[in-house]
Structure formats: C-alpha cells, structure tokens
Write a protein that binds this ligand. Structure first.
Ligand code: NAP
Length: 290
C-alpha cells in the first residue's frame, strides 16, 4: 500500500507557487493578495484563518484578515464583501464558514464576485465546473484531484464511489472524476445517507472517496482488494496527549483497511494539506486573471 503523502505534495506545490511569485515580483508587479473574512471567535475558524495567513507568508503572497464580532449584521457583512469586490489590491478572498446563524450563508456566497471567489463556492464557479469551463474549483476537491494527478493514479474507466454529497466536497469531486480529463473519465456513483446497499456498493469501487464526517465508518468489508481509498473525513476527538488537546479521526478505519488498499490517503497528512495548497493555487490564478 502506498500512503498518499499530502504534506510533501503540498510542499512541492508551495515551492512551485513561490517560484512563480518570485518571477511576478521580479517584473515589478505586486504579489498575489488573499483576504480572509472572519466573523466571531470560533476556535477552529480562527485556526484555519491563521494557517491561511501562514501559508500566504510562506509563498510570498500578501494577506489580510478582516475580523468582525459575532454581532455584525448581515447587511454590514454584505457591505464589507462589496468593498472587497471593488478593491483592486485584493485578488481573491474567502469568508470563513460557518457564519453566525443570524447571517444567511447563501446571501454571503452570492455576494462574492465570482472572479474573486477563490473558495469556488459561487454558483457561477460551480456552474462552470459542471460545464467544464474555466472556474475556481473549491479547494478540497481540487486538492484530491491534484493528489491523484501527482501520484499518477489511473482513473479512466474505473468505478469511483464518492461517499457524501456536500456542495464543497462530494458533489464537485464526483463531477471532476466523471469529466473527460486526466485524472477523470471514471464511472462515478455518488452515495449518501439514503443510499441502499452501501457495503456492496463501496466494495465494488476501484476508487473510494469518503467525505461524510463519521469516524471510522468505512470498514475492511467495504473495501475491494487493491482499491484506492481517499479519506477526507476529519472528526476531532479529545486527546490529552496532544499539545492541541485533540486529534483528527478519519471516516475510514485506517488500521483494518490499510492492507487492502493500493493507495490510501488518510485524514492526517492527506487531503488537509492539499486543501490548503489549493487555495494558494486559486489565489495565484486570480492574480493571473486580473
Ligand atoms: P457534510 O456537509 O458534513 O455532509 C455529509 C455527507 O455525508 C452528506 O451528503 C450525508 O448524506 C453523508 N452521510 C452522512 N452520514 C452518512 C452515512 N451513514 N452513510 C452515507 N452517507 C452519509 O460533508 P462535508 O462538509 O463534505 O464534510 C465531510 C467530512 O469531510 C467532515 O469530516 C469534514 O470535516 C471533512 N472535510 C475535510 C476537509 C479537508 O480539507 N480535509 C475539507 C472539507 C471537509 P445526506 O446528504 O443524505 O445527508
């Protein structure tokens, strides 16, 4: 079994991006600039945004974080988004989700200029993805495809089962795997909580991509011998032995599944770092489009 090393792949991507940023700076142009909007004091969201700031610094991007209290009104937030849309010094921005309950997440996503939507959540970007037109592909599905590409995993004609149909992972990755591209050209089944015979279905997959958020849900009997398994799931469990006080557990029962796989991407050091690198790739793309 080959463990897909998202950490080293993402490091490689960051080095490639940094080289491009150096070349941009050498021409006298300003570097790509990513902004992040953070509402409230959710610990996980603060961590994600801090990581994005560090990633930007590492590759030479400019970054700006706009922090707002929980009680910002929906209209105030929409006004800030309009300002970011109009700000020529910013190539792309993200609004860290979730936003507080009194703010309609859909309105927030719809307010973002699709040309600056480096998260790839806007309907225009999702629609272009479906049509195979240039678009910002959201970071996690893009990171999964990049991992598959960099390990030269064969996908053409394979049966790919995607478990989980979220707008940010399962649905876009199912579309990408089914497209006439490389990687792609797989025959895709998109499964979810209402799918019948999940065990047989998963066991028929040459490639199994799991994004459901249920700890160790995929057991050995659900995996075909020699399958490629990509575990996107991340559930935090308390762990006093860690500095952070928690560890992430994937959707796949790693210990029991690992010997059946040809390639396996586990929650730690797999898709997570690739997701972070993809946001940088999208920001560079936004700068190039400008
Ligand atoms: P989500 O919005 O939490 O939705 C979960 C999906 O899983 C839904 O489509 C749901 O089906 C399906 N599901 C739930 N229980 C199921 C079951 N017992 N059998 C079959 N399907 C089931 O999904 P998400 O936002 O994509 O997150 C999924 C996981 O990926 C989470 O652990 C999240 O933390 C992780 N994640 C990781 C990254 C990363 O960078 N590594 C990025 C994003 C997400 P229904 O639609 O029928 O309800």
């Amino acid at each position: 079994m080959v463990l897909l090393d998202g950490t080293s792949c993402s490091e490689q991507i960051r080095q490639e991006i940094k080289a491009q940023v150096d070349a941009i700076k050498a021409t006298g142009d300003r570097p790509p600039h990513l902004a992040a909007v953070l509402v409230g004091s959710d610990g996980a969201s603060q961590n994600y945004v801090a990581m994005k700031e560090r990633d930007c610094a590492e590759v030479g991007f400019d970054s700006t974080v706009l922090r707002f209290k929980d009680d910002i009104t929906e209209q105030e937030l929409l006004d800030k988004i309009a300002e970011l849309n109009a700000d020529d010094s910013i190539d792309g921005f993200i609004v860290q989700l979730p936003v507080p309950k009194h703010i309609d997440e859909r309105k927030v996503i719809l307010a973002i200029d699709p040309n600056k939507d480096v998260d790839g959540f806007c309907p225009e970007n999702v629609g272009n993805l479906v049509l195979g037109l240039p678009s910002f592909v959201s970071a996690t599905p893009n990171g999964i495809m990049e991992l598959i590409r960099r390990y030269d995993i064969q996908t053409e004609g394979k049966h790919c089962v995607v478990l989980g149909r979220s707008n940010i992972v399962g649905t876009p990755v199912a579309i990408l795997m089914s497209r006439n591209t490389k990687p792609g050209n797989a025959t895709v089944t998109l499964a979810h909580s209402r799918t019948k015979n999940l065990q047989e279905l998963c066991a028929s997959a040459d490639i199994l991509i799991v994004a459901i958020g249920k700890m160790e849900f995929v057991t050995a009997d659900m995996v075909k011998q020699g399958a490629v398994v990509i575990d996107v799931g991340q559930t935090r469990v308390a762990d006093a032995s860690r500095k952070s006080g928690y560890r992430n557990v994937g959707d796949v029962d790693f210990e029991n599944v690992k010997d059946k796989c040809s390639f396996l991407s586990y929650t730690n050091g797999g898709v997570g770092p690739m997701t972070r690198a993809s946001l940088l790739q999208n920001t560079l793309k936004a700068h190039q489009r400008r």
